[in-house]
Design a protein around this ligand. Structure first.
Ligand SMILES: NC(=O)c1ccc[n+]([C@@H]2O[C@H](COP(=O)([O-])OP(=O)(O)OC[C@H]3O[C@@H](n4cnc5c(N)ncnc54)[C@H](OP(=O)(O)O)[C@@H]3O)[C@@H](O)[C@H]2O)c1
Length: 289
């Protein structure tokens, strides 16, 4: 079984690469250098020529604030390139797993978002991801997994930033009015491989559509930071601030907790609480710095 994983230098792509040896698959991991998703004819030819059974698209334009100025680039990678890939996937009969984001919601709810909830993306990044989702969901061989607040030993993320700042400053300000769920990208990578394995072993064919996956539990970024410092033994003064004090170009949802009932019931899985996963991840992340 041949599996293409795009975005292998990123958080999720890196985690998939790390666990790949546990699975009997012929993985092809690509970077921007090998396979720039913006080069659509090349991507299309590559997919058709290689003949993959599965395509896992973890690559994305993820610079949320910069996207406000680079709208064309964000839409090209998060939307048009996704359309291009899924067309090539259809051509060769590959199944397609695409990752999206909790940021497609406007954050005005106060109970967890289900797959049936209306999206209302507030930033350019979120709009470009929402359009990418739509393309995948038009086809009946693709799934979209929305996740939230990813962190990993690979790539850039909030955990790494907090650990770095803790060694440079005595005091750190973090927002307490944005609430969601931190998600260890390793857990998401394992979920993706569970979906593929169950399908391939014939026990459970994939059901195309939309799924939510994050770790369990709820936190503000402030709670997340506090727990990072607790688990890493960092002694730093943490100040709770409001989002408007940060003056960031792109708006974020105030509340973006995802309801994971659909994926949990379908696959009969339990998902670790974010604190449990963070405790496991933090040593690996510290080593990677
Ligand atoms: N990070 C989060 O908190 C979060 C939350 C929810 C959902 N998501 C979604 O989850 C997925 C994985 O996110 P992540 O955090 O792993 O992302 P990431 O760490 O930012 O990695 C993104 C990857 O995409 C690659 N990429 C960017 N432009 C490309 C292009 N033109 N052609 C080929 N590859 C390109 C990057 O390569 P370079 O190294 O060359 O830039 C990088 O490997 C994304 O779809 C993201 O939208 C992320």
């Amino acid at each position: 079984m041949k599996v293409l994983v795009t975005g292998s230098t990123g958080q999720l792509g890196g985690e998939l690469q790390k666990i790949a040896h546990n699975y009997h698959c012929d993985f092809v991991f690509t970077t921007t250098q090998d396979l720039d998703l913006k080069d659509m004819p090349h991507v299309s030819d590559f997919i058709r020529y290689e003949g993959f059974d599965w395509i896992i698209n973890t690559a994305a334009y993820t610079a949320v604030d910069k996207a406000e100025e680079e709208k064309d680039e964000a839409f090209l990678i998060n939307s048009m390139a996704v359309f291009n890939m899924i067309q090539a996937a259809e051509w060769i009969g590959a199944k397609f797993i695409h990752i999206s984001t909790d940021y497609v919601f406007d954050g005005r709810k106060s109970t967890p978002y289900t797959e049936q909830d209306e999206i209302n993306p507030q930033s350019v990044y979120a709009q470009s991801k929402a359009e990418g989702e739509k393309y995948v969901l038009k086809y009946n061989f693709g799934i979209v997994i929305r996740s939230s607040w990813l962190y990993s030993e690979f790539g850039h993320n909030f955990v790494k930033t907090m650990l770095r700042l803790a060694s440079q400053r005595d005091e750190i300000s973090v927002v307490f009015d944005q609430v969601g769920t931190p998600t260890y990208a390793r857990d998401l990578a394992e979920m993706i491989m569970t979906i593929i394995q169950r399908h391939e072993k014939g026990g459970q064919l994939i059901e195309p559509g939309l799924y939510h996956f994050s770790n369990e539990g709820v936190a503000s970024w402030y709670d997340f930071a506090q727990t990072i410092f607790e688990y890493s033994g960092k002694n730093v003064r943490l100040l709770p601030i409001r989002t408007h004090q940060l003056l960031r170009p792109a708006p974020r949802p105030a509340y973006s907790v995802l309801d994971k009932s659909k994926i949990k019931n379908l696959y009969n899985i339990t998902i670790p609480h974010w604190r449990q996963s963070l405790r496991k991840a933090i040593k690996r992340i510290e080593k990677s710095l």
